[in-house]
Ligand binder design. Structure first.
Ligand code: SF4
Ligand code: SF4
Length: 78
């Protein structure tokens, strides 16, 4: 599987959670944000974005972000 470097721009995040829904659907077969490997936290109109240790950097969550809060580029092989 391809791995990507993922850049986050929390200032563009709307908190829509499409990324969490996509990740959980792919890896657990259910739309369950709490099972997602990307974690978006919204507080006081600010978002923070992080990834769990289980993240494979597959980039699927990036493909489902419509707001440019996530960007990916292929990880270069050493
Ligand atoms: S890169 Fe893949 S495994 Fe990591 S949070 Fe996004 S969809 Fe989930
Ligand atoms: S990172 Fe993108 S898809 Fe995820 S909550 Fe923020 S705007 Fe939505």
């Amino acid at each position: 599987m391809k791995r990507f470097l993922i850049e986050v721009r929390p200032e563009l995040c709307t908190g829509c959670l499409r990324c969490e829904l996509a990740c959980s659907e792919v890896y657990t077969g259910a739309f369950n944000p709490s099972a997602a490997r990307i974690k978006v936290q919204v507080s006081d109109n600010e978002c923070s974005i992080s990834f769990t240790e289980d993240c494979t950097y597959c980039g699927i969550c990036v493909d489902h972000c419509f707001y440019d809060a996530l960007k990916k580029r292929l990880e270069e092989k050493a």
